[in-house]
Design a protein around this ligand. Structure first.
Ligand code: 5AD
Ligand code: SF4
Length: 449
């Protein structure tokens, strides 16, 4: 490519997704849509005519990343690809992005990316191509159906948006109000994925367990009903879902964990902090006691369930003692794996202007202490599986010849010599060893639990 401006009629594209799994899913849907329109995926941004940066706005660092990436897309000879900024930074900052980065040709929000083909044509004509609408009609109705998948695992968005308005969080502003997709659309998409080779589906939503709808007989259903219906699909072997809100964890969904074999024993249930005053200031609408009782009930339904979570340290006003309460909660729950973050003030959220913003040094110290504890719990969880037989879904090749990497029901990666098996197989393995982030397994002659 040797031109100083962007291509007018891009033939190849590359999507780079940042942030959460829903962005990964959106990125895949964009790629499938452009593929259906005759464009070809390029292996990386360096040789694509169109680069889509599918961005994340959840913390400042993530949001700023887009600008350094845009800079890096300039090529030595002065040429550059057509550049589209999609995702939550596009939604939050809109046309401000093209003012700050002149080489951005397209700005498209997470609810408008089905209109990318028109926006590409507009940009090709040199017109402003900004679309941050949140249209009433769902983008999903306008997207082409799912095609053959490269991997045996897939994401499936079943609801989007958030009505919870935690005081630190941008999601209710960038993704909009909670909207559940329809029963039939979800089941059809799941069947298409399974027909395309998928064996495990992870249902996605910012508050996935708030999903509600009506089944094909007009009966009101929650996520447990949806999971039970998905479990009847032949060839679909595993069902997961993320991310859940404690207040939407219904009795039915808890019961499903004990009854639906295909529903994997893993629950990502963020608590964010372990002190009631901080939880109140965060507007979490649950307290420490109700969270711990919920964990007890989930464990009563499915004793081996792996619990995961998200934490924020250094929320405005958090004292040392309140932070210690978070460590105390972690000690009580015993997590399998977690994500933890330093509080990042986000423009437009209530917490950004609260008194008592915490210094970076204090946040660093708290995060290090929390992560040391969480890492130790993760290592203990992994170590406890050594000596057990379990079933893994082989997902990708390992580094050594004949080595494949699969996942346990509890979402741990297992490296195994499995020359006689292929990606997509479910195999029984004995767990021989455990590291902090993965397990070593051997093909088992025992039947896995
Ligand atoms: N600062 C730090 N972490 C945040 N999260 C959401 N908003 C912020 C913020 N402003 C974290 C929460 C959430 C996860 C996706 O990101 O822990 O669960
Ligand atoms: Fe953000 Fe809270 Fe909604 Fe989660 S529940 S997306 S943290 S506002």
């Amino acid at each position: 490519m040797n031109r100083s401006t962007a291509p007018k009629n891009p033939a190849t594209f590359h999507v780079k997704s940042f942030g959460c799994q829903m962005n990964v899913y959106d990125g895949e849907r964009m790629a499938e849509m452009l593929g259906a329109r005759g464009m070809t995926a390029a292996a990386d941004g360096a040789d694509a005519d169109l680069v889509i940066l599918n961005t994340c706005h959840i913390r400042e660092k993530a949001a700023e990343k887009v600008y350094s990436d845009i800079g890096r897309l300039q090529r030595d000879d002065g040429a550059r690809p057509m550049i589209a900024v999609a995702g939550c930074v596009a939604q939050a900052e809109g046309s401000e992005i093209s003012r700050r980065a002149k080489t951005v040709d397209i700005v498209v929000g997470p609810q408008a990316y089905h209109r990318l083909p028109e926006l590409i044509a507009k940009a090709g004509r040199g017109e402003a191509a900004v679309d941050t609408d949140m249209p009433a009609a769902s983008k999903f109705d306008a997207l082409p159906g799912r095609t053959k998948q490269a991997r045996p695992t897939a994401f499936l968005t079943i609801m989007e948006g958030c009505d919870k308005f935690c005081t630190y969080c941008v999601v209710p502003y960038t993704r909009g109000a909670e909207i559940s997709r329809g029963w039939t659309a979800i089941l059809d998409e799941a069947k298409a994925l399974v027909d395309g080779g998928v064996r495990e589906i992870t249902l996605l939503g910012q508050n996935v367990n708030a999903w509600k709808g009506q089944d094909d007989k007009g009966r009101v259903q929650g996520m447990d009903g949806l999971v039970r219906a998905l479990a009847t699909i032949d060839g679909l072997e595993r069902i997961r879902y993320t991310t859940s809100h404690p207040n939407d964890m219904s009795d039915g969904l808890i019961a499903a964990h004990g009854e639906v074999e295909k529903l994997m024993p893993f629950l990502h249930l963020p608590v964010q902090a372990g002190n009631d005053r901080i939880l109140k200031a965060m507007n979490r609408s649950h307290d420490v006691g109700s969270y711990l009782r919920l964990i007890d009930r989930v464990r009563a339904a499915r004793p081996d369930i792996a619990i995961s979570g998200d934490f924020i340290v250094g929320f405005p006003g958090e004292t040392d003692a309140q932070f210690e309460d978070t460590l105390g909660l972690v000690e009580q729950v015993r997590y399998a794996q977690c994500y933890s973050f330093k509080y990042s003030p986000r423009p437009g959220t209530p917490a950004a202007t609260m008194d008592g913003q915490i210094s970076p040094a204090v946040m660093d110290d708290r995060l290090a202490r929390l992560q040391a504890l969480l890492n130790a719990q993760q290592a203990a969880f992994n170590a406890a599986t050594v000596g057990r037989a379990t079933r893994i879904l082989l997902e990708r090749k390992g580094r050594h010849p004949g080595q494949l990497i699969g996942k346990t029901p509890w979402l741990q990666s297992v490296h195994v010599q499995a020359a006689d098996f292929t990606i997509g197989d479910l195999v029984d393995v004995d767990i021989m060893g455990a590291g902090p982030n993965s397990l070593a397994g051997a093909i088992s002659r025992r039947k896995a639990a």
